[in-house]
Design a protein. Sequence first.
Length: 196
Amino acid sequence: MLLLALSTGHKIGLGLAVAAFAGFSLIVSILVPRWRPQFPGRGLPVFLAAIGLMFVGMLAAVEFFGKEGGEAKAGAEATTETTGTTATTTTTTTSTTSTTSTSAASTTVDVSEVEFKIKLPKTTLPAGSYTFDVRNDGKVPHDLVVKGEGVDKGTPLINPGQSKSLTVDLKPGTYDVYCSVPGHKQAGMDLTLTIT
């Protein structure tokens, strides 16, 4: 499961570090003793230093290749759960005063997230205000980020079986809709939403 959450570059980096560590271990435990039965003998301090360096190098590789990318920061943005907004307009004339109330309700779009897929009913929508009702139908936490055309909003992390809402105003253009949990976007939780 951990490997699925890493990007391709990180998988290659960790794979090379593991291969170097495992290769060194196999060579010094199987091959070298065949030719030098007294190994490490008087070279024990050098051998222990080499093992220590390999161990520290492996820890450094895990730290470097396993750290989170910048996308995780987008998931930390809090959003409010709203179903619509109400605007009140007051018009004054010389003879009477009238008050008009208009409701600019957003359109609700149901979104389902599983490992490693985002399910939207449509990927092309007309411009307007949308409330994405995001349900995590998977087994690990996810979030939803909508980015593009000046919009960069996301839900907080959603635990399995839970739901969160995200309300955004979308103008015509293309938007990237993805899960910002490290590695999830690269694993396939990424869609392009077209607004006409």
